[in-house]
Design a protein around this ligand. Structure first.
Ligand SMILES: [Zn+2]
Length: 156
């Protein structure tokens, strides 16, 4: 509520928490860490939000917005008692990630982003081209052209 003002009014957020939106966001703690690595995440210990202050400063606003939408799905999943980081399933196939990405992709489309632009958004430093393609497929995004060489880091 203090750092990401107005999110409680965003329909994509209200869709996640429904009637509990105000209460959950009011009680959601945001922890900022200073590292050039990492973007955002949710603690699997108590479900609070973790944000790289470097990413917050340097990241693209649209990406940051979509990332918050993505992370809020993890906040709900944590409250539902789901295991957020099930290492037995690869990141791009993990049901908790696919659900979070699907919701962010839906919002990206509402913002008018094309599938090409969404694929660019999906390219994060720790994913290979093949994994980006698989993630895109898992979340219903069409990869038309071959992803460019080298991942565009969202931070640096
Ligand atoms: Zn995630």
């Amino acid at each position: 509520m203090d750092y990401f003002k107005g999110f409680k009014m965003v329909p994509a957020v209200r869709e996640i928490f429904d009637e509990a939106t105000d209460e959950i966001l009011m009680n959601l703690q945001a922890e900022f860490f200073s590292s050039r690595f990492g973007y955002m995440g949710v603690s699997d210990e108590d479900g609070h939000l973790l944000i790289s202050s470097y990413y917050l400063k340097e990241g693209n606003v649209r990406d940051l917005y979509l990332d918050v939408i993505h992370e809020l799905i993890h906040v709900r999943q944590f409250k539902e008692g789901k295991e957020l980081f099930d290492e037995s399933v690869e990141y791009v196939d993990r049901p908790t990630e696919v659900e979070a990405y699907k919701h962010a992709v839906k919002e990206a489309r509402r913002l008018g982003m094309s599938d090409d632009e969404i694929v660019e958004y999906l390219k994060v430093t720790w994913l290979s081209e093949e994994e980006v393609r698989r993630l895109a497929k898992n979340v219903g995004v069409k990869v038309v052209r071959k992803p460019s060489q080298g991942l565009r880091a969202r931070i640096s």
